[in-house]
Write a protein that binds this ligand. Structure first.
Ligand code: SF4
Length: 371
């Protein structure tokens, strides 16, 4: 990675902006102009995320629907997460796998990984996201690679959500057949970032921020970033997340860039959200995202309940999880109680497929065959 080139430079340009004063000054013309431009700049994005833009939410929704149809048709990709391990050396206050939380930690053996894979493959899913807590000691890259080799027998697309790697390590995984990376900054506001990440390598804000870029340099096929909604002020967080997505799209036009909108869910330590994010706010973020970046992938996980997920689909969602569990070994053992966070949409893959077909969407189980 070119050390001189980092999203941090662009982030620094805006990080001291007085967002609440700026948002108050946004006028109707600026919002309406943003709908009608072919290529939007950061000021247009701020206009779409402003308080005043809430008055235009119906217009924004219609525009977002039209752009989504134009760029993605009515296809929704399905995937499911597979948790390999919950060992973690970080202390992220909002997470059930935080190293301070006392419970019996677990790492799947290869035999157990195969059992989970067999179970998931029977549902017809071909896209899988493998996750671990962050512990290079317990789940080293060699273990991840063994799991990937095994999972390739069952799935055509394997994405990872594990500890941040170096560019050459991402290259090794790409060569092995990994085609997607999910890496959330969690919170772009540096002050809050340091308040909620107490210990461990994840405390290094800049290193995490550049992770997507290291994967881009390694030619990862898809990169999914995100902000955990409920930590920082959502308007500001959505702004930086989408600015980051645009930065990556511009830098790697050949890579499919997407964002996730995970909203804080209950977990074992009952960490309370620092900032509130309503369903209406989520609608504004999704519609602003689609208008700002019409080609952007938008992923919606089972953190949201079934009716909200179904209603958000037309606004620009391109990928959803199904038959999810956030427990290690949770696909085979649905009673496993040590979860990273509680999920709100418990529907299995068959039910989600039926719902999509009934709404006129094409559920896509496979759109990629890896090496
Ligand atoms: S969010 Fe990730 S890094 Fe942080 S405690 Fe949880 S599993 Fe570990």
């Amino acid at each position: 990675m070119n050390e001189n080139l980092s999203f941090y430079s662009l982030y620094s340009k805006y990080k001291n902006l007085d967002f609440s004063t700026y948002f108050k000054k946004v006028n109707d013309d600026e919002i309406i102009n943003s709908f009608n431009k072919r290529s939007l700049n950061p000021d247009n994005l701020l206009a779409l995320l402003s308080v005043k833009a809430e008055n235009y939410i119906e217009t924004m929704a219609q525009k977002a629907k039209d752009l989504s149809l134009q760029h993605f048709g009515r296809a929704i990709l399905l995937y499911t997460p597979l948790y390999l391990s919950n060992y973690c050396i970080n202390e992220c206050l909002y997470c059930g796998f935080n190293s301070k939380v006392k419970f019996k930690r677990k790492k799947l053996s290869l035999e157990e990984v195969e059992k989970e894979a067999t179970f998931i493959a029977k549902t017809g899913l071909q896209h899988i996201l493998i996750l671990t807590g962050e512990s290079e000691q317990i789940t080293p890259l060699s273990y991840i690679k063994e799991c990937i080799q095994l999972l390739k027998k069952y799935f055509t697309s394997i994405s990872i959500e594990i500890f941040p790697l170096k560019t050459n390590e991402y290259k090794e995984l790409v060569a092995l057949g990994v085609d997607g990376l999910t890496i959330y900054q969690e919170v772009y506001d540096e002050k809050i970032y340091s308040q909620v990440h107490l210990k461990g390598p994840k405390k290094d804000y800049a290193h995490r921020l550049d992770t997507a870029q290291r994967a881009g340099d390694a030619k990862m096929r898809t990169i999914n970033i995100g902000a955990l909604l409920g930590l920082g002020d959502w308007r500001k967080e959505a702004f930086f997340m989408l600015l980051h997505a645009k930065y990556l799209q511009d830098l790697y036009p050949e890579i499919e860039i997407s964002v996730s909108l995970p909203r804080l869910r209950p977990q074992v330590k009952n960490f309370k959200a620092i900032s509130k994010v309503s369903d209406k706010n989520i609608v504004q973020i999704i519609t602003a995202a689609r208008i700002f970046l019409p080609r952007l992938g938008i992923t919606l996980s089972t953190r949201e309940n079934s009716s909200l997920r179904d209603n958000l689909l037309p606004l620009g969602i391109t990928k959803i999880s199904a038959g999810s569990t956030t427990a290690v070994g949770g696909h085979i053992n649905s009673k496993e109680k040590d979860v990273q966070f509680e999920i709100a949409d418990q529907r299995d893959v068959a039910t989600i497929r039926r719902m999509l077909l009934a709404k006129g969407y094409q559920p896509v189980l496979k759109d990629w065959v890896g090496v």
